[in-house]
Design a protein around this ligand. Sequence first.
Ligand code: SIN
Ligand code: FE2
Length: 212
Amino acid sequence: MTGDDGADRASDTVHGLPVRRAALTPEEQAQLLADLREIARVAPPFSPMTGWGKPMSVRITAAGRFCWFSDRKGYRYIEAHPQTGAPFPPIPALALRLWRGFETRADPDCCLINQYREGARMGLHQDRDEADFSFPVVSISLGDPALFRIGGTERKSPTRSFWLHSGDAMALMGESRLAFHGIDRIKFGESALLRGGGRLNLTLRRVAPVDT
Ligand code: SIN
Ligand code: FE2
């Protein structure tokens, strides 16, 4: 059965994407938030530059071996924090648990952490800098709701959108692994999880190839 919001409740898919609503309880969300605060303390969030030399509205940091990075030279994955030069802290256990609900062959080696403040958004893009597209990108949302837009593998493919709420987990995998996606806007101040409002999004990825 498909509702107006595009949700197929029986198989838990929304517009073809596997979505686990409330995959984290409120207590688990608070625990993950505490883990992320500790990560931000040792690996401070920064605003990557776009190719046009403008800072992105989202601030990012990471856990795990890799962090996504962008400057005038282009974008790539890095293994040391751009300001401190230190490696990134380990990926939180709760995030690994959610990844394993979608993928069991290997754990992620990157947990990108995006911070959305009031007015922040993320333009339509593909995640295609990873070695092996048979691994998913798993997304975990915390804090204010976000309007997530998903299209096809061409920039001009038709797009649809739906809301992601605090505690939801979702995966870009299979046919949608290389789909264009982005965040249109957040409903700033709606969730009480983050003091001062805003949204945190974790994307778990497998960046390096898995040795077989
Ligand atoms: C991303 O595509 O990197 C982030 C998506 C999100 O914030 O939900
Ligand atoms: Fe993405």
